[in-house]
Design a protein around this ligand. Structure first.
Ligand SMILES: Nc1ncnc2c1ncn2[C@@H]1O[C@H](COP(=O)(O)OP(=O)(O)OP(=O)(O)O)[C@@H](O)[C@H]1O
Ligand SMILES: [Mg+2]
Length: 501
């Protein structure tokens, strides 16, 4: 905290201005004293010169009349003036020798000589009578001006006090109140964030400052209101976006389920078609045999052929129906898993194979193959639906993006035991890979390089969310251009119940 009394503007002003004023007054007094001293000395000299003339006037008559007693008396009387130390009268040598009164031997530095010549007027003609020289102490004049200086100094002190008082009053009435108002308003702004306009008006610079300050406060309030409105709008937009994202994710789920159904229906068609053909063949064979039996034309050979056809047909039928049954089982499991979000105990390898089975139609009769390198005995108590969705999305991505413009490729599924509680499951392809920029944004919602071509950009975001929230794990992605993509999932064998989002 500052010591307000020592750091106030008032103190700063007094510290800076008053000594200046004091020094100016002292200099002014000294200059004035000097001037007055010189003037007093000059007056004194004039005065002494006049006195010399005056004495000379007085001496004229006695000198003319050669009245020695009179003029020596006048000379002695001249010494009555305290500053006159010596009076010397030099007459024409023929008349008499010089007459001196007072101390005329030495002339000290504070003494000066004043002289004048004495003439007698003889009706237009002047007769020289002699010279008068007065030696006198010229006073330093200090005594004369001392009083004046005392008055001046007292006046200065009074002026000084008046000026200080007036300055103080000016500060207290015109400068400090508006400053205190501004300071209080700023403090309120700092402490509570409240904008309190300053209630002060004056036609000076401080008034201008307060007007500008109030204007700035108003302006800031308007800007903040606008910002608040923009923030609310942004929040609303974000909420809408989240809703849109949720419905898109739901739509994505349904779409993948739809394509699963379409694929399985297509797959089931083949064994069912085969079975139908076989049953038709069996039907016509049975009809042929029954005709022969009715006509009593049935031979042992016919019966043997019929039996062999029937057993071959039943083998084919069994194979085809077995295929259809397997397909239905996988489909049922995958469909149930993908629609329900139940935690259950399952074998990871079998789950992967079931899901891939449903995806077979996508790769059949193409150069793309699946490669599963998962331990047969790897059992998890987790969410198979989430893992199924992850696999489906990754396979679709490899087929759509990684193997775009290619006719062959491998999608590999593998696991390693990370530790006793976690498994690391990787899905990789050897496709075209991602550029660093795509890699950087791969998990971002709505990021797709297939915008306008059916890509919503939610696939990998869904993969990320399922891994982190449902499976309670983490996912990392590696990729280089032309070097495929690897997604590595680390998740617990048994996610805690609370990990499910
Ligand atoms: N295996 C892959 N190989 C190359 N690029 C990939 C691969 N998987 C994803 N990508 C890139 O990552 C982007 C984001 O993938 P994501 O699955 O999130 O969206 P999408 O496949 O474009 O759209 P959606 O999955 O919603 O139909 C893709 O647009 C693609 O550019
Ligand atoms: Mg995708």
């Amino acid at each position: 905290m500052f010591d307000r009394s020592s750091s106030s503007i008032k103190t700063a002003f007094f510290i800076r201005v008053l000594p200046l004023f004091f020094l100016t007054s002292v200099c002014f007094l000294i200059a004035l004293a000097n001037y007055e001293l010189e003037r007093a000395k000059k007056d004194h000299r004039n005065d002494l010169q006049k006195t010399t003339h005056h004495i000379a006037e007085l001496l004229r008559e006695p000198l003319w009349q050669l009245s020695e007693r009179l003029y020596t008396e006048i000379l002695s009387a001249a010494l009555n003036r305290s500053e006159i130390v010596c009076v010397r009268l030099i007459q024409e040598a023929s008349v008499s020798p010089p007459v001196e009164r007072g101390e005329c031997q030495n002339q000290y530095h504070d003494q000066e000589s004043f002289s004048t010549e004495i003439y007698y007027d003889l009706g237009g003609k002047k007769a020289f009578l002699g010279s008068l020289i007065i030696q006198a102490r010229v006073s330093d004049g200090w005594a004369t001006i001392k009083r004046q200086l005392y008055i001046l100094a007292s006046l200065s002190v009074v002026l000084f006090i008046l000026l200080a008082g007036a300055t103080l009053a000016a500060f207290n009435s015109a400068i400090l109140p508006p400053l205190r108002h501004i300071s209080a308003s700023l403090k309120q702004l700092q402490d509570t964030g409240q904008r309190q306009p300053v209630n002060w008006s004056s036609p000076d610079e401080l008034g201008d400052l307060i007007r500008v300050y109030n204007g700035a406060l108003r302006h800031q309030t308007i800007i903040e209101d606008k910002l608040e409105a923009a923030r609310e709008e942004a929040e609303q937009a974000l909420e809408n976006l989240q809703h849109a994202q949720e419905s898109l994710i739901q739509a994505e789920k349904m779409a993948s389920l739809g394509s699963l159904v379409a694929g399985v229906a297509h797959e089931i068609n083949t064994p069912l078609g085969n079975s139908l053909t076989i049953t038709t063949t069996i039907g016509s064979s049975a009809e042929r045999i029954s005709t022969k039996v009715a006509n009593q034309a049935l031979t042992r050979h016919d019966l043997n052929i019929f039996i062999s056809d029937i057993s071959e047909a039943s083998a084919i039928l069994e194979r085809n129906l077995q295929n259809a049954a397997t397909l239905v089982r996988s489909f049922k499991q995958a469909a149930v898993d993908q629609t329900s979000e139940k935690q259950r105990n399952f074998n990871l390898k079998r789950l992967v194979e079931d899901v891939l089975y449903t995806l077979q139609p996508q790769v059949k009769r193409t150069g793309f193959t699946f490669q599963v390198e998962i331990d047969d005995d790897l059992w998890l108590t987790s969410y198979p639906g989430a893992i199924g969705q992850i696999i489906t999305n990754c396979v679709y991505n490899s087929l759509r993006h990684g193997f775009q413009d290619r006719d062959h490729g491998i999608i590999r599924f593998a696991t390693i035991d990370a530790d006793t509680r976690h498994v690391v499951f990787t899905i990789s392809d050897d496709g075209c890979g991602m550029s660093p920029d795509v890699l950087h944004h791969a998990f971002d919602p709505f990021f797709t390089t297939k915008f306008g071509q059916g890509g919503s950009g939610l696939g990998l975001n869904l993969v990320y969310n399922l891994t982190t929230t449902v499976l309670g794990g983490t996912v990392k992605i590696w990729s280089e251009e032309n070097n495929g993509v690897t997604l590595s999932f680390t998740f617990p064998y048994t996610p805690h119940a609370e990990a499910k989002g």
